[in-house]
Design a protein around this ligand. Structure first.
Ligand SMILES: *[C@@H]1O[C@H](CO)[C@@H](O)[C@H](O)[C@H]1NC(C)=O
Ligand SMILES: *[C@@H]1O[C@H](CO)[C@@H](O)[C@H](O)[C@H]1NC(C)=O
Ligand SMILES: *[C@@H]1O[C@H](CO)[C@@H](O)[C@H](O)[C@H]1NC(C)=O
Length: 334
């Protein structure tokens, strides 16, 4: 815990110094992105207005941002592979580098014509992920462009689709869960073949007669702090010049947004690691309740000591270490 406290210092400093140096970009995708692989299968066209990735039997393709970002609000419009996209995966994510990397993922798992895509999300902090939540969408993501957003501030990460929040990952450092906030991340995207697992768990394979498969991107917008040579663009100015454009910095879900989040979770969420109790069969916690959250409060009945947990965090006690009395959970968040 001590190391966690000290590692939060740089961010606090950053926030105190935050001025108006956020980079807001929209205009030309050439300014913000480099094609990173695919041997000509990825293209920025229409004077930088449109980026396309394609996949054929030989290769997929990908791009990455020129900038690294450390907190901000990042929007991109995507139009996914239409028709029979089974076996294909379009990934769009933020990631830092190194073995204890942080990552915030959107992955779109294709499907047969007329069958629903799965929007897969995951958050890694310090190299640990396994925090998957999956959704169906309430529209056809191949018919038109839709906006996929990541709000990333020191308190929370909010995933939104067309402005509707679908997932919130809160900063729970106070209870020992690492939160991504000290490692700058680049934006990456790629389109590749993953027919060993993507569609109905790998049952449906890519139909190469439909290739090339193409996904499109436009209207990138980052109200974000960029990171360069060890310094944030947000700390290089005086507080007096701060503008209102940093509202994302303290943004949280108001009650209307919380209702929409619950609507999505109730009607469109198809997997949530938080309530995947099977995954935790070897642990003694008695998980009661339900809902979309992860923060569990338990009481060790032998000591009356309270435990605050997030399911994945491996803070569950393996069965063989069970102490007399065990632990009974009292409450499940949300
Ligand atoms: C594809 O469609 C099937 C049948 O409706 C569904 O079970 C599955 O979740 C869909 N998505 C993926 C990516 O497999
Ligand atoms: C900033 O916010 C204040 C208070 O809400 C408002 O009066 C002012 O007009 C805003 N300035 C800009 C540039 O939007
Ligand atoms: C789990 O908790 C519920 C509610 O307190 C209780 O009814 C149930 O018996 C408990 N299950 C186990 C295996 O302890």
């Amino acid at each position: 815990m001590a190391s966690m406290t000290s590692s939060s210092a740089p961010l606090i400093l950053l926030v105190l110094l935050l001025g108006s140096m956020m980079v807001a970009s929209a205009a030309n995708l050439n300014q913000d992105f480099d094609i990173s692989w695919g041997d000509g299968r990825a293209k920025i066209i229409n004077n930088g207005e449109l980026l396309t990735l394609s996949l054929d039997k030989t290769s997929g393709s990908g791009f990455q941002s020129k900038n690294e970002y450390l907190i901000g609000k990042i929007d991109m419009q995507l139009k996914l592979v239409p028709g029979n996209s089974a076996g294909t995966v379009t990934a769009y994510y933020l990631s830092s580098k190194g073995s204890t990397w942080d990552e915030i993922d959107f992955e779109f798992l294709g499907n047969l014509s007329g069958d629903p895509y799965i929007l897969h999300t995951n958050v890694f902090s310090q190299g640990k992920g396994n925090r998957e939540q999956q959704f169906y969408l309430w529209f056809d993501p191949t018919a038109d462009f839709h906006t996929y957003s990541i709000l990333w501030n020191p308190q929370r990460i909010i995933y939104s689709v067309d402005g509707t929040p679908i997932r919130e990952f809160k900063n729970s450092e106070s209870i020992g869960v690492p939160f991504p906030k000290n490692q700058p991340m680049r934006i990456y995207s790629s389109l590749w073949n993953a027919d060993d697992w993507a569609t109905r768990g790998g049952l449906v394979k890519t139909d190469w007669s439909q290739a090339p498969f193409t996904a499109s991107y436009r209207n990138f917008k980052a109200d974000a702090c960029t990171w360069s040579s060890g310094a944030s663009s947000c700390s290089s100015t005086t507080p007096s010049s701060s503008s209102n454009s940093s509202s994302w910095l303290s943004q949280e879900l108001d009650s209307a947004s919380q209702r929409r989040l619950k609507w999505v979770q109730k009607n469109y969420m198809i997997y949530n690691y938080c309530s995947d109790t099977k995954r935790y069969d070897n642990y003694v916690f008695n998980v009661t309740g339900g809902g979309g959250g992860c923060d569990l409060v338990g009481t060790d009945t032998s000591t009356q000591k309270e435990y605050y947990l997030e399911l994945y965090e491996a803070r569950l006690v393996p069965k063989q270490k069970k102490r007399g009395g065990g632990i009974v959970l009292e409450n499940v968040y949300l």
